[in-house]
Design a protein around this ligand. Structure first.
Ligand code: ASP
Length: 442
């Protein structure tokens, strides 16, 4: 077997494989570099803004079956999507057998996950035929355990062994095999995870994740027009931003590659010459880095404010409060506190069904001087590896917020010192992000 070095694993998102023209772009990207040996396709995404994603249509088919509605029209549209791609690529390929299998599963109402997974499966068959690559069914190489979570070690061993027998292969994203033998999908956007799993098993030098933007943006482009692209970001910085709503990669996609430090390169299928964003374990020293890598924010938080004299010296106070939250299955985001006061920031939606019960429980068990809940809070995360031990970053962040006339409700900095979390009124979210972004980019 010829040994190409280095090995790259390449994953293409749904918008990169939405139609035959995109398949052609994808093929020319793969063929341009012989180290691009293992390819993970998503299902066809939207071709234009009002279009449907094939995965959504597959879920709709299943929904029709469950609700005793006719699914044939939706399934017909899915068939048309694939046949249009096959014709556009001038392939001698028929998916009739595969569609007959899908119909039989649908009529037996067997498995929603199986039906949803067919978007990737069928796209994988087409892409393998077009590229002349082998096809590996993800159900034969990705395994979930009895708890429903990925069985990463079994997967890594079997996937690694299987890949070693193929010079080049297409492995559809998004699904694998559950321990009862059925097909099981990851959560939405899960093809990113498949790519990461394959990269680890192939001991790849690089995992390229191809999408329709030229990398991770410093801020949400709906807030700042054409924001800067981040050229290098660490896995942990990306996790911080993703947690606060930045959507580039499925948040679980980091874990398999992080284990072995394989970098991820986010690239744009429509502008392949753009460098994109490198996601790495440790970023090289860069004198030009402003100290801040990205800014993200989310609305929908509430603060439970508890005031009690001498709280600070009461041993076990925090534990008692947190065990009440635990009892009601509420996880907290941050706990800014003073000598006689404690604020607990939680998701408003999660709190809603147990709000009164939590207030009552805290009132009875803790007997605070005062307890209240403040809603309509947004959190902004200013993330940057350059913050560690560097002087003046926080000053610039808060000067920018102050100049924009925005009041800060809460400040928190993680112990790893690569983020500053700021609580503000939800109405100020966009202006806060803009103010910080311009302070560090202009
Ligand atoms: N097709 C699936 C979805 O739409 C998985 C993916 O694209 O990653 O969520």
């Amino acid at each position: 077997m010829p040994n190409y070095a280095p090995v790259k694993v390449v994953k293409f998102g749904g918008s990169s494989l939405a139609d035959a023209e995109h398949f052609k772009k994808v093929a020319s990207i793969i063929k341009a570099d012989p180290s691009r040996r293992y390819v993970i396709p998503s299902a066809p995404g939207k071709r234009f803004s009002d279009d449907n994603k094939v995965t959504d249509m597959l879920y709709e088919c299943y929904d029709c079956v469950i609700n005793d509605r006719d699914y044939s029209e939706v399934l017909g549209k899915i068939k048309d999507r694939y046949n249009l791609i096959i014709r556009g690529l001038e392939l001698d390929l028929s998916l009739d057998k595969e569609f007959a299998a899908i119909e039989s599963v649908l009529s037996n109402r067997v498995s929603c996950d199986y039906v949803a997974s067919r978007g990737e499966y069928l796209n994988g068959l087409i892409l393998a035929a077009y590229l002349g690559f082998d096809f590996i069914d993800a159900a034969d190489v990705i395994f979930f355990g009895a708890d429903g979570a990925l069985d990463s070690e079994k997967t890594n061993t079997i996937m690694g062994e299987r890949l070693s027998r193929h010079d080049c292969a297409v492995i559809p994203g998004f699904y694998g095999r559950a321990c009862d033998g059925s097909t099981k999908t990851f959560s939405r956007g899960g093809s990113d995870i498949t790519g990461s799993i394959v990269a680890r098993a192939a001991e790849a030098d690089l995992y390229e994740n191809w999408t329709d933007v030229s990398g991770v943006m410093m801020v949400d482009p709906r807030i700042v027009k054409n924001p800067k692209i981040i050229s290098v970001i660490t896995y942990s910085e990306l996790r911080e931003l993703a947690y606060m709503g930045a959507t580039v990669l499925h948040e679980d996609a980091i874990f398999p590659v992080r284990l072995t430090g394989i970098p991820i390169n986010i690239k744009n299928t429509n502008c392949p010459e753009d460098e994109g964003t490198m996601i790495v374990l440790q970023a090289p020293k860069d004198e030009t880095h402003s100290g801040i890598t990205g800014i993200a924010g989310k609305k929908g938080f509430s603060v439970i404010n508890i005031v009690k004299d001498m709280m600070n010296s009461e041993v076990g106070f925090g534990r008692k409060v947190l065990s009440i939250l635990e009892k009601y299955k509420i996880s907290f985001e941050h706990i800014p506190s003073g000598i006689d006061s404690m604020g607990i920031i939680v998701s408003t939606a999660a709190l809603a069904p147990v709000r009164e019960r939590i207030i009552n429980a805290i009132s009875c068990e803790i007997v605070p001087d005062c307890i209240s809940i403040e809603d309509n809070i947004a959190l902004v995360a200013v993330v940057g590896r350059g913050m560690v031990k560097s002087v003046g970053i926080a000053a610039r962040v808060f000067k920018a917020i102050c100049s924009a006339g925005i009041n800060v409700n809460m400040i928190d900095q993680g112990s790893t010192e690569n983020n500053i979390i700021i609580g503000i009124c939800a109405d100020d979210l966009e202006n806060t992000i803009k103010a910080i972004y311009y302070e560090f980019t202009e």
